[in-house]
Every structure is written in C-alpha cells, then in structure tokens.
Design a protein around this ligand. Structure first.
Ligand SMILES: O=C(O)CCC(=O)C(=O)O
Ligand SMILES: [Fe+2]
Length: 495
C-alpha cells in the first residue's frame, strides 16, 4: 500500500542530525565541521566560477505572452523570476519578519520544535546534510499544513501573530502556485482535460524558512549545498540579500540570481521534470553566504496531491518520445530523494533499449518471422492437400485472404527485423499500424469465411494470424510487453 501523506515520506529513511546543531550566530571563526573545500566534494563546488554574463529571465505575469515566456524559461533555464504576481510587498515583509523572529530565538527554545528524525516539519539543519561530510552554514524550519502546533511549542503564550502571517502567506502562495503550474503546463499544450488532479483545491505544499547567518569565512562555507527541489515548482522569496545561485543548463557555471525588488524566484522541480518527460529540467541550485549580513529565504514547495501518481503526461509521449520516468507519488519520490539524493531522478528513470535489448528485439522479430513462415507453410500444405477441389468459393476466398494477410505480416516482420538489425530506416508508425490493422481485419474475414467445414487447420492458422497481429502490435522496441506477447503466442501451441 503506497504511503498517502507527505509525513510518511521519511519513515523508512530517518536522519538523526540532532547532534549537529550549533548556534551559528555566536561563532567568530569557521569551525572545521563547516569548512568546505573544492576537493571535498566535486558536486557542490563543481563549476565554482560564477558568472553573470546572462541573467535569469524576469517575467511580468501581466505580459500577454507570459505563457510562451515561461515555457521558454522553463526549457532553457529551469528557473525564472516573476513580477506582478499579486503578492503584496506587505505580506512578503511580514513573512520575512516572522522568519527572523523565529530564528532569533535562543537555541533551546527552537529545539522545542525540532524536526523528528523521520518527520517532515519542524526546526533543523537541512535534511540533505546527511549526504555531506561537512555541515552547512544555515538552519531551517519546515511547515506542512497548520503552523499551530509548532508555533505553540515555540511561543506558548504568543503564537497568534506567527500563525496568522504564515497562514495568510500559505493561502496566497497556493493560489499563485496553482496559477503558475497552469502557465507552465499550458506552455506545454496541456489543458484541464489532461491533468484531472490539478484543481485549485488540489495540490500539496510545504513552507521552508531558511536562515543564513553572517559567516566569518564565507569563501569556505556553504549555505545550502547544490540540489534540485522535489516539487512541481518552488516559489522562493529571497530577502534583498543575494545568495541564490543556479547552475546554467549545459554549462559548468553558477549564475547568481540577484534579488529584484518585489520579484519571486520560480524553480522547476523534479516532478515537473517528470511530468514534462524531461522537457523542463529541474534546476540545480545552491545558496552561498556572506560575511556581514544575515540572509533569510522563504521557499513554498508545491506539488501534487500526495497520493497521485505522477508520470510523463500522455500528450507529451509518443512512439518517438517514449516515457522516460515511471509513475511515482510525491510521498514516494521524497522517500527516493531521501535515499538517493542527486540520483533520485535517475533512479525513477525507465531503462531505454540498450544494445542488448535491441538484440533482444531483433531476436523477437526473427522469431516472429520464423513463426509466420511456418504458418504459411501449413497453409500451403492444407491448400495443396487435394481439399482444394472440394472447397466452396467462399472458403477459397477465405484462404486467399488469409494467405495475403500472412504475406503482408511476414513482409512487415522482415522489414522490422531489417530495421532493427541495421537501424537504417523506419517505416512511419502510423503506416505500419494501418497495414497491421488491415491484416487483422483480413484474418478475421478469412476465419469467418473458412470456419464451418473440414479446414480446421486453416482455421487455426487464421486464429494464429490474428494472435500474431496482436503480438506484432506489441512487438515494439520500446514496449516491454512484447516478450510477454511472444510467450502467450507460443503457449497457444497452434503448431
Ligand atoms: O535560500 C535560497 O536561496 C535557496 C533555498 C532553497 O533552495 C530551498 O529551500 O530549497
Ligand atoms: Fe531548493
């Protein structure tokens, strides 16, 4: 039974990082536990050179071409900033203040709301910390659903203000996230009919407050190590202090996303990467720290209802664009991420035909050819058996039909075998399927016409032609069921 709630995500991958809490605000010298070096880990520091010769697109949501601009940004960057998003400056300031209030509490007080090792919400170091030997120069607070329980732990008598602000922010973010998701999906040609779960009420989310205290040695520290978000999309509010960097698609360079007054940063997350069948890549990003200023960011992590299976959208999948990822719920994906981290997307990727499976397909095609040749031989034997003289005209017509559908199928099998063996040229799928469909109809007619007397063998051959037609439909290089169909075909033991 798959897990239904987001909070179930980490039960099988708990991380105990409680011993790692340090009060970063009072430290005057970077401790060894927090000193990152480029040799330490090739991943977070690779592409160390930052360069801003190009800028992350800023898109005005009032622009009449917003959908196209967003589509282009998702495809080429996986990140963009938005303005005119209808979230008031006042609300952005309030949520920032709420976060600052929380992180400025004494450590003992914050620890009252510490995240459980197998939990999602609460105070703690970044969950991805368990994948690194060095610690990050940050602390975080995650809120899923109502902030009430944690707020009461933090401020037993005075939690209302925090709760009101967070709840208002969550409400506004949900509306904006739904709107953005539809702009993103719309830019892929997806409509409401294609994604039934994407309703205004649907969708799950978590709010992540990140705090990056001023750091005595920012060049050797890491605020938040490179990662992609396990979301459909993330709406990030960064205070007016820069720190967010994204890895430019196809390069090895980190680009700083400069704070733009009133703008919100939107990340393509792993689940949109899956839904779009890889067309919109999730963006790799990290947060760096600075020597003098405390930086705060608020990430709204938006995803589908937690028990909905996410897979490449059927509209974006066809013979030439087979699905790249297997279906997975958000909860399951979070569990996968907790286990595999940066290999999570790869771990849900479907295996593409390799050289070996191509060989397998060639074998399948060859087997099919051999079976078809046998069918033809039996047909010929039956027809030359002397019965021919006694046949009624419609039976002869049936035999004729049968013979020809056999012939076309055999040619197609030969052709596909040739294609698979040489990779030279492929018959357009539609033409192939139309021909096969025609064969199926002809075979059916041939059974109807031949059915009622002494041509039992030929009737079986007719059955066989139909079965082979079905198998042929499935005998596709990208279809794992092809082998099963061949097996059931053999099990029929027609010959
Ligand atoms: O603080 C930032 O700029 C990045 C935060 C982030 O990536 C996250 O919360 O997932
Ligand atoms: Fe992130």
């Amino acid at each position: 039974m798959p897990s239904r709630k987001l909070s179930d995500a980490f039960t099988s991958h708990p991380v105990n990082l409680h011993h790692k809490f340090l009060d970063l605000y009072s430290i005057k010298e970077l401790p060894e536990t927090h000193a990152w070096t480029s040799q330490l880990d090739d991943y977070p520091f690779s592409g160390d050179a930052t360069c801003n010769t190009e800028n992350v697109p800023i898109i005005d949501l009032n622009n009449e071409n917003a959908t196209e601009l967003i589509g282009h940004a998702c495809k080429t960057w996986g990140v963009f900033q938005i303005i005119n998003h209808n979230i008031t400056k006042n609300l952005l300031d309030e949520v920032e203040l709420a976060g600052k209030g929380l992180f400025s509490l004494p450590m003992q007080q914050k620890l009252r709301a510490a995240r459980q090792p197998d939990g999602v919400s609460g105070y703690g170091v970044a969950r991805i910390s368990s994948f690194f030997t060095k610690l990050m120069w940050s602390e975080g607070f995650t809120i899923t659903g109502s902030p009430l329980e944690h707020a009461r732990q933090l401020w037993p008598n005075d939690y209302h203000k925090f709760c009101d602000t967070i709840e208002e922010y969550q409400k506004s973010m949900k509306t904006l996230a739904g709107r953005l998701m539809w702009l993103m999906l719309g830019s892929l040609g997806i409509t409401n009919d294609d994604v039934k779960w994407a309703t205004p009420e649907g969708g799950c989310a978590a709010l992540q407050l990140n705090s990056y205290p001023a750091c005595p040695d920012p060049g050797r520290a890491m605020g938040l190590a490179a990662h992609t978000d396990s979301t459909i999309l993330t709406i990030l509010h960064q205070s007016n202090i820069s720190g967010l960097q994204v890895l430019r698609e196809g390069t090895n360079r980190w680009i700083t996303v400069p704070p733009h007054p009133g703008a919100l940063v939107i990340h393509v997350g792993d689940l949109l990467h899956i839904l779009s069948n890889g067309l919109y890549p999730s963006v790799l990003h990290r947060a760096v720290v600075n020597r003098t200023r405390h930086r705060l960011s608020v990430a709204y992590l938006y995803g589908p209802p937690s028990s909905v299976k996410i897979s490449p959208l059927p509209k974006l999948v066809d013979h030439y664009h087979p699905p790249l990822y297997r279906p997975i719920t958000w909860t399951e994906y979070l569990g996968t991420k907790a286990k595999h981290f940066d290999k999570a997307l790869t771990s849900v990727r479907l295996k593409r035909p390799t050289k070996d499976s191509n060989t397998e397909n060639q074998m399948k095609a060859l087997e099919l050819i051999q079976l078809r040749h046998r069918a033809r031989r039996i047909d010929v034997i039956l027809r030359c058996d002397g019965d021919g003289e006694n046949k009624a005209p419609r039976e002869l017509l049936g035999g004729y039909f049968h013979w020809h559908s056999n012939l076309v199928l055999t040619c197609l099998a030969d052709y596909d075998h040739y294609y698979n063996a040489t990779g030279l040229f492929r018959l357009p799928g539609l033409v192939k399927y139309l021909l096969i469909l025609l064969c199926g109809i002809i075979s059916f007619l041939s059974i109807e016409l031949e059915s009622d007397d002494n041509l039992g063998g030929s009737e079986k051959a007719g059955d066989y032609t139909l079965a082979a037609t079905i198998a042929y439909f499935s005998n596709d290089p990208d279809d794992d069921d092809g082998a099963d169909n061949m097996e059931s075909l053999k099990e029929m033991e027609i010959f």
